[in-house]
Design a protein around this ligand. Structure first.
Ligand code: ZN
Length: 327
């Protein structure tokens, strides 16, 4: 195991430190990748693992978890909270989705390899040393630099129905403005899948995007952390609930992808209702005049839940996610 923790994983109290991964390179021959970690623990009780910046250009998790790491007091909890606000530190430091060191997308690299690349080693440590200690795992995402989402918490459809019910209950406790029963289009190597395969309760989020955070989306993250820890029995108090819209993603017709490059014009906003066959966006040529735009029409009725940013698209880029409201 080449990664070591500078703080104890099992001690009571508050410990701030790093996961230290030796990384010999041109600018630092005996250097290390240092991933910040805080552990707050108080006696017996469940363990929550809370992670941000799995993708390095998603910011609500890092902000809300940084704040939580300096405000949560051990005497306020029973059990333990393990906080990794910048789980994929190399990507976060570069402001990129993927690690600039090995080009890897952390959320496609689980369970990792102890003798692999930097990203694979980090995944291996998290999967073998941290996830097994956890009863509940919350992994913050938002759209990053190329997507924007309605703010939602999500849980997955799982084979083990009692585990699925526990994940759905935790997702409802998070209480984002939207709650999604989520279908993944590409779940191989995801942190989500690794945590679920270990039988844990798992909640993920998509809280916004477009390469930044907003006051509203950070507040959703902050409330979600508290609610989830109360739900898990780690923090005292009442889960604070506001109305949430339940969304379902029944099949792949939820997604649209671009079949031509160009300048994208969205015709509706996130949160708007769309009918089957209705154009969501149209794509103008980016290199000539005199040609009409191509329409991107929804394959189902529902609510526009995610869209592409910024203004240009390539062939194959994601255009839209339309989810169905569940009454
Ligand atoms: Zn993400």
């Amino acid at each position: 195991m080449s990664i070591t923790s500078t703080i104890p994983l099992d001690a009571n109290g508050v410990h701030h430190g790093f996961l230290k991964l030796p990384h010999s390179r041109d600018d630092s021959a005996w250097g290390s990748v240092m991933v910040p970690i805080t552990i707050i623990a108080n006696g017996d009780g469940p363990t929550a693992l809370m992670t941000g910046a799995n993708h390095g250009d998603e910011y609500e998790g890092p902000i809300a978890l940084q704040e939580f790491a300096i405000t949560l007091k051990p005497e306020d909890i029973k059990g333990r909270v393990i906080i990794l606000p910048m789980m994929n530190m190399p990507a976060f430091a570069a402001g990129k989705r993927c690690s600039p060191i090995d080009g890897a997308n952390m959320n496609r690299s689980f369970p990792g390899r102890p003798n692999g690349t930097v990203t694979q080693k980090l995944c291996d440590f998290i999967a073998t040393q941290l996830v097994p200690k956890a009863d509940i795992v919350l992994d913050f995402h938002s759209g990053g630099s190329t997507l924007d989402f309605l703010p939602f918490a999500a849980a997955h459809i799982l084979e083990d129905k009692s585990q699925e019910a526990a994940c759905m209950a935790a997702m409802q406790a998070f209480n984002a403005p939207y709650s999604v029963r989520m279908l993944e289009i590409d779940n191989l190597g995801m942190f989500d899948t690794e945590v679920e395969n270990q039988g844990k309760v798992f909640v993920t989020t998509e809280l916004g995007g477009a390469g930044t955070s907003t006051a509203r989306t950070v507040e959703i993250a902050r409330k979600g952390i508290r609610n989830l820890l109360i739900h898990a029995g780690i923090l005292d108090g009442e889960v604070e609930t506001e109305p949430t819209t339940q969304l379902d993603m029944p099949d792949e017709n939820c997604f649209l992808f671009s079949q031509m490059p160009g300048l994208i014009e969205y015709l509706i906003e996130l949160g708007d209702q769309v009918e089957i066959g209705q154009p969501i966006a149209r794509i103008w040529p980016a290199d000539r005049t005199g040609i009409a735009p191509a329409e991107c029409c929804s394959l189902r009725a529902g609510i526009l839940t995610a869209r592409h940013v910024p203004g240009l698209v390539k062939v194959g880029d994601f255009i839209s996610l339309v989810a169905e409201e569940v009454c």
